[in-house]
Design a protein around this ligand. Structure first.
Ligand code: NAI
Length: 306
């Protein structure tokens, strides 16, 4: 397979490192900064001699190099600074997404596009509009990361292995995301049977602000180790046609009572991209929160300059 990663920053380069180690195929890393993708590609190729992989990695400033990619991952764009919300990035990143997606349409018209750039649900919509691809081939990375954060906090609280925790977070990738305790469990036992309401509420709150917690600590840049791991899980399910059910930002066409927006939901991910969307049962309170989250995404989409 051929995988292209747009944006050679923290998320893009770390994603290439993880993909290279898994030997899925050749990789192209593109950035607008001259020398940056070339330098990182060389460094990552040389790591192969030590770690033991033969993955070909090409760094480039020329989009022609992404020609005929099977998967294109978009990480180009500005990241949050302390005090900024993901929505604050909207204008800068819309311009970048438009530019990048026109190139993807031109050079990799058969690819599956995974958007990562924030604000995620809005930028994934821009990718759909600009590429004109079918919605099953354009989706965003959000839920695996948010779910991973929730699972990590649950595991720490209960002193279990993170591997035995199944968590679920749906909704917009922002302050209105919806961690779902009743659909989260440890080895089959639902979270509400394991922890008190107050403790769960604390973990939910920390999950919602999990990205901001890291932004505040780093003082420059935002998270990239867990985000890149989440991207690779999506790539793996596509390339191996695993058909795993993973929470991703998917284009809704009636599911969850929503139409025409990208929203975090569990979806079956295989060689055709999104092969189905799973509708979970929600409490009344969650239904209400879901409507609020989707309304705020819809507002942002209506204001888009595309
Ligand atoms: P970064 O600042 O380290 O890297 C961004 C890179 O994009 C830079 O190297 C920059 O030169 C490049 N770039 C800018 N315009 C470009 C263009 N037109 N074509 C090609 N490259 C271009 O940022 P980082 O930390 O890698 O984050 C990237 C994006 O991903 C941000 O928008 C961030 O908010 C988002 N993000 C989303 C997550 C999610 O859950 N969906 C998680 C983590 C980050």
């Amino acid at each position: 397979a051929k995988i292209s990663v747009i944006g050679a920053g923290n998320v893009g380069a770390t994603t290439v490192q993880r993909l290279a180690e898994m030997e899925f195929g050749s990789i192209v890393l593109v950035d607008i900064v001259e020398g940056l993708p070339q330098g990182k590609a060389l460094d990552l190729m040389q790591a192969g001699a030590i770690v033991g992989y033969d993955t070909k990695i090409k760094g480039s400033n020329d989009y022609a190099d992404i020609v005929d990619s099977d998967i294109v991952i978009i990480t180009a764009g500005a990241a949050r600074k302390p005090g900024m919300s993901r929505a604050d990035l909207i204008n800068i990143n819309t311009k970048i997404m438009k530019d990048v997606c026109e190139k993807i349409k031109q050079y990799a018209p058969k690819s599956i596009v995974i958007a990562v750039t924030n604000p995620l649900d809005i930028m994934t919509y821009v990718a759909l509009e600009i590429t004109g691809f079918e919605p099953n081939r354009v989706f965003g990375m959000s839920g695996i990361l948010d779910t991973g954060r929730f699972a990590s906090f649950i595991a720490d609280e209960l002193a279990y292995s993170k591997r035995d925790v199944e968590a679920m977070v749906i909704g917009g990738h922002g302050d209105q995301m919806l961690p779902l305790p009743q659909h989260s469990s440890v080895f089959g036992t639902p979270l509400p049977e394991l922890l008190g309401e107050d403790v769960i509420a604390g973990l939910v709150e920390r999950t919602i602000h999990g990205g901001a917690e890291i932004v505040a600590l780093l003082k420059q840049g935002s998270a990239f180790y867990a985000p890149s791991a989440a991207i690779v899980q999506m790539v793996e399910s596509i390339l191996r046609d695993e058909k795993r059910i993973l929470p991703v930002s998917a284009y809704l066409q009636g599911e969850y009572g929503q139409k025409g927006i990208y929203f975090g939901v569990p979806a079956k991910i295989g060689c055709d991209g999104i092969e189905g969307i799973i509708e979970l049962e929600l409490t009344e309170e969650q239904e209400h929160a879901l409507k609020e989250s989707s309304a705020s995404i819809r507002e942002n989409i209506e204001d888009l300059d595309i």
